[in-house]
Design a protein around this ligand. Structure first.
Ligand code: FAD
Length: 433
């Protein structure tokens, strides 16, 4: 009997994981590849950075998520290149052959070539970013406690978040609450007047994807939380202890977080096609790569009709590709993708959120309640959902952020030759699935 075709999916994020699961009953074998062994629920990453949640609550092992799926296996590897003539992905653990390939490699922080930003600011894209930032914030408070110079303390306790999109707004609100509601109690001698959280946005309003009335509601709510919201402010460079602005002035900031730029994953460059906006790989309405009917690109990595880099886009495209692949295997045409906009939302802190669902606009408590419900339901496993709910309830009732510990992992042991042999084993396993 002929072997079932092998679908190789690169990326176990929202697009890749949804696709793998959707192919559970399709007449194909599936190999999911990711550089990390976990799937990250990115919308709550800012809560790891602000001591609300632990990594295990927002990241789940891929193997656990696919273990009930007999036609699917996982390879932890970094995909470095694509060999279209040999139909192989080239990973740091060897080559893997595909019958069908789906690139779902997401996006990365974009510093627009600004070296000072890249070197001196924190990103908030990957799980280690969230942990680094949490350590940094807690470290600044521990150090400032024993610093005698008021000036030095003020600098140490100044935080600038650059980028007034959802990530910047959510982080600014959560950081201000961490300082004013929690750390203030830990550091009894702390004068909160010496702390400063500044949110810097280049445009004339926060959250430009939302209706202007919701942008204003978010800015008002942040200001009530004592966040210094600076609109129409462009950053030139980051120096130690300060952010230099394009108008020649500067603002004190010992910790700078950059959330203002994103670009599609670098793997897109290996497709050989001319990349579009944000470095995305242009795809047609079927989501196939031009000239390669067996190759699809989905999610943040794909450029189609200026769709935003959001989870619903990645998940809907994954569902489309699952049915397109099933049709292709059966000898039918793949069909075209159509996006249905489910709305957007963001939270600014306790009792304060905004949501825009078609013509319905919510802010304040209703927006917050909706944000809470939607995000809770989408946390991937039941256990994580329960723990997240418990942490949120604890924080809400007791004004407490339980994860106020600084911890960093020792570097992983070098892999030596094991990498390549593991890749060969993975290749053999998948072809014998
Ligand atoms: C902090 C933050 C908050 C966000 N909040 C929201 C929100 O509230 N709502 C919303 O809709 N969207 C939100 N987004 C955007 C959302 O996360 C993305 O749109 C979504 O994850 C895109 O899904 P994807 O499958 O394309 O990529 P991802 O989910 O990013 O998955 C890509 C996967 O590919 C892997 N990968 C990349 N390159 C390689 C390689 N070369 N080899 C192997 N593996 C590779 C990565 O490790 C990753 O697991 C947020 C993003 C961030 C960073």
């Amino acid at each position: 009997m002929a072997e079932l075709p092998l679908v190789v999916i690169v990326g176990a994020g929202f697009g890749g994981l949804t696709l793998a699961r959707r192919l559970a009953k399709a007449p194909v074998r599936v190999l999911l590849i990711d550089r990390n062994n976990y799937h990250l629920f990115s919308p709550l990453l800012y809560q790891v950075a602000t001591a609300m949640l632990d990594p295990a609550e927002i990241a789940q092992p891929v193997r656990k998520l696919i273990r009930g799926q007999r036609n699917c296996d996982f390879l932890q590897a970094e995909v470095r290149d694509l060999d279209f003539s040999g139909r192989q992905v080239i990973t740091d653990r060897g080559r893997v052959r595909w019958d069908y390939l789906v690139l779902a490699t997401g996006s990365a922080t974009n510093y627009f070539g600004n070296a000072s930003l890249k070197e001196r600011s924190y990103g908030l894209k990957q799980l280690p970013d969230g942990l680094s930032l949490r350590n940094r914030v807690l470290d600044r408070f521990e150090r400032s406690r024993w610093e005698e110079s008021v000036e030095a303390r003020r600098t140490m306790l100044s935080f600038a978040i650059i980028g007034g999109g959802p990530t910047g707004v959510e982080l600014a609100g959560a950081l201000a609450e961490l300082i004013h509601l929690v750390l203030r109690k830990d550091f009894r001698g702390l004068d909160v007047g010496e702390t400063r959280v500044t949110l810097v946005e280049g445009g004339d309003r926060l959250l430009p994807a939302f209706h202007p009335s919701l942008s204003e509601a978010a800015a008002r709510s942040l200001r009530r939380k004592r966040v210094d919201v600076r609109l129409g402010t462009l950053v030139e460079e980051v120096h130690p202890g300060e952010v230099v602005l394009q108008d020649g002035t500067s603002l004190a900031a010992d910790t700078v977080v950059w959330t203002a730029g994103v670009r599609a994953s670098e793997l897109g460059e290996r497709t050989g096609v001319e990349l579009g906006r944000h470095g995305q790989v242009p795809v047609g309405p079927t989501l196939q790569l031009e000239g390669h009917p067996n190759v699809f690109v989905i999610g943040d990595a794909a450029g189609l009709d200026d769709l935003p880099m959001l989870i619903p886009v990645a998940m809907q495209q994954a569902k489309h590709v699952a049915s397109a692949l099933t049709r292709l295997v059966a000898g039918a045409a793949p069909g075209t993708f159509q996006f249905r906009d489910p709305g957007i939302m963001a939270t600014v802190g306790r009792n304060s959120g905004i949501a825009q669902l078609g013509r319905i606009r919510l802010h304040g408590f209703p927006g917050w309640a909706m944000w809470l419900g939607v995000h809770l339901m989408n946390v991937v496993t039941f256990r994580a959902r329960a723990v997240v709910l418990l942490n949120w309830a604890w924080d809400y009732l007791f004004y407490d952020r339980p994860i106020r510990i600084m911890v960093s992992a020792a570097p992983a042991a070098p892999e030596g030759d094991h990498g390549a042999s593991a890749a060969r084993a993975a290749g053999t396993t998948t072809s014998s699935m």
